[in-house]
Ligand binder design. Structure first.
Ligand code: GLA
Length: 385
C-alpha cells in the first residue's frame, strides 16, 4: 500500500549540476557519508539522486536497464542499501522518451518494467526527463503512464517529473500523480539564470502545493563555477557571490521549490554550508500547509524590488524582501497591504532568519535597505500593541 509522499517539498542532492556524466559508486557513497558528517541530514536533506549517465547504452536481453559496469561495478542495489543504511533515501533518473537527454536508454514503452526494476533495486525517487519523446506521443499521457507504473510497483517511489515547463505542465501534472514538476529549463550557475527562473515562476504559486511541488530546478548554491558540467550548464562564466547564493536559496525556500543541492557537498565552503543549513529558512520551505507566497512590488522600483509573503501554519507569516537591482534599494512594506491595518491595534514582531533573533515590533510598515542582489527574510508574528 502506498504512503503519500512529498507532503512538503522534497530535500536532497542530485549529481547533475556538478558531475554530469562523471558519476560512480564512490561519489555516491562518499556523498552519503558527508550528508551525515556535515549535518545536512539533520538539516532535513534526505534524498541522494543519481541523474543521467548511470546506465549502459543498451538494455539486457530481457529488456531491463543495466547499470554502467565501470561506474557501478556492483550494480545499483548495493548503492541503495548503503544509502538506506545511513537513514537516507535513494533516487535515480530516467526519461519519458526513447533516450535520456545524454543518449542512454529511456523508459518509453518500458514504463512498467522499469518501475519494477527500480523497485527491486530499492529506489525511493525517480526523476523523469523529457528528451527524445516521439513526436507522435502525447507527453501528458507518458507522465500519467509512469505515474501509474510507480504507484503500482510495490514500493514507495517519489515521482519527480522533468519536462521543463513544456506543454503547460502546471495545468495537468498533479493529475499524473507526480510529486514535483520542473517548471523551467535547466538552471545555470549564474545570477541571471536565478533571476529568470524567479521572474518566470512568480504568479504560478497556486499550481504547487502539498504532494505536488513546483520544482524550480536544483540549487546552484556553493558551485562557484566549479563542476565537470559547466559546458552543459551554462554559456556565461559560472559562479555567483555568496550574497547571490543566499538570495537564490531564500527564493527557492519561500516559493516552495524542492531543495535539491547541486554542488559537491564534500567540498562545500562554510558559507555555502551555512546557507544550505539555515534552519529558519528551511522551516519556511517545509511549513506543513505549503501555501505559496504572494508578491508585493516596491512602487518606485517594481521590476527589481519586491516582497513575498507566505502564510505559515499557526498564524505566523514568512516575509522575504528581495533586491534584484544592481544598487542598494529600499523595500517598504505597508502592513495594510498584507491584511494588517493600523486600526487593528496590532503590529508585527519580526524575527530575522539570518541573525536568528527578534529585531523588534513594527507598526504600519517596515522599510528595509537592501544591498544589491541581497535579501532579508523574516518570520513575522502578529502581536497586540
Ligand atoms: C535535462 C534535465 C537536467 C538533467 C539533464 C541530464 O537537461 O533538465 O536536469 O537531468 O537532462 O541529461
Amino acid at each position: 500500500m502506498n504512503t503519500p509522499l512529498a507532503h512538503t517539498p522534497p530535500m536532497g542532492w542530485n549529481s547533475w549540476n556538478t558531475f554530469g556524466w562523471n558519476i560512480n559508486e564512490e561519489l555516491i557513497r562518499t556523498t552519503a557519508d558527508f550528508f551525515i558528517e556535515s549535518g545536512l541530514k539533520d538539516a532535513g536533506y534526505e534524498y541522494i539522486v543519481i541523474d543521467d549517465c548511470w546506465s549502459e547504452k543498451q538494455r539486457d536481453e530481457n529488456g531491463r536497464l543495466v547499470a554502467d559496469k565501470n561506474k557501478f561495478p556492483n550494480g545499483i542495489k548495493p548503492v541503495a542499501d548503503y544509502i538506506h543504511s545511513k537513514g537516507l533515501k535513494f533516487g535515480m533518473y530516467s526519461c519519458a522518451g526513447t533516450h535520456t537527454c545524454a543518449g542512454y536508454p529511456g523508459s518509453f514503452e518500458h514504463e512498467f518494467v522499469d518501475a519494477e526494476t527500480f523497485a527491486e533495486w530499492g529506489v525511493d525517487y525517480l526523476k523523469y526527463d523529457y528528451c527524445y519523446k516521439p513526436k507522435s506521443a502525447d507527453g501528458e499521457n507518458l507522465y500519467k503512464r509512469m505515474g501509474m507504473a510507480l504507484r503500482n510497483c510495490g514500493r514507495d517511489i517519489l515521482f519527480s517529473a522533468c519536462n521543463w515547463g513544456a506543454d503547460n505542465v502546471h495545468s495537468w501534472i498533479r493529475e499524473s500523480g507526480a510529486n514535483m514538476f520542473r517548471s523551467t529549463g535547466d538552471i545555470q550557475d549564474n545570477w541571471f539564470s536565478v533571476k529568470n527562473i524567479v521572474d518566470s515562476q512568480l504568479g504560478k504559486q497556486a499550481y504547487g502545493g502539498v504532494y505536488c511541488h513546483n520544482d524550480m530546478d536544483m540549487l546552484i548554491v556553493g558551485m562557484h563555477g566549479n563542476g565537470d558540467n559547466t559546458e552543459v550548464l551554462g554559456s556565461l562564466p559560472g559562479g555567483c557571490t555568496d550574497t547571490e547564493y543566499k538570495t537564490h536559496f531564500a527564493l527557492w525556500a519561500i516559493m516552495n521549490s524542492p531543495l535539491m543541492i547541486g554542488c559537491d557537498v564534500r567540498k562545500m565552503s562554510s558559507e555555502a554550508k551555512e546557507i544550505l543549513t539555515n534552519r529558519d529558512i528551511i522551516a519556511i520551505n517545509q511549513d506543513i500547509e505549503v501555501r505559496g507566497p504572494y508578491c508585493i512590488r516596491q512602487w518606485n522600483n517594481p521590476e527589481n524590488v519586491f516582497a513575498l509573503i507566505k502564510p505559515l501554519s499557526g498564524g505566523d507569516y514568512a516575509i522575504g524582501m528581495f533586491n534584484f537591482s544592481d544598487k542598494k534599494s529600499e523595500m517598504s512594506l505597508q502592513f495594510f497591504d498584507i491584511g494588517l491595518p493600523a486600526a487593528s491595534g496590532r503590529g508585527l514582531e519580526l524575527y530575522d532568519c539570518y541573525s536568528h533573533s527578534v529585531i523588534g515590533t513594527f507598526t504600519e510598515r517596515y522599510a528595509a535597505q537592501i544591498e544589491s542582489h541581497d535579501c532579508v527574510m523574516f518570520r513575522a508574528k502578529v502581536v497586540k500593541l
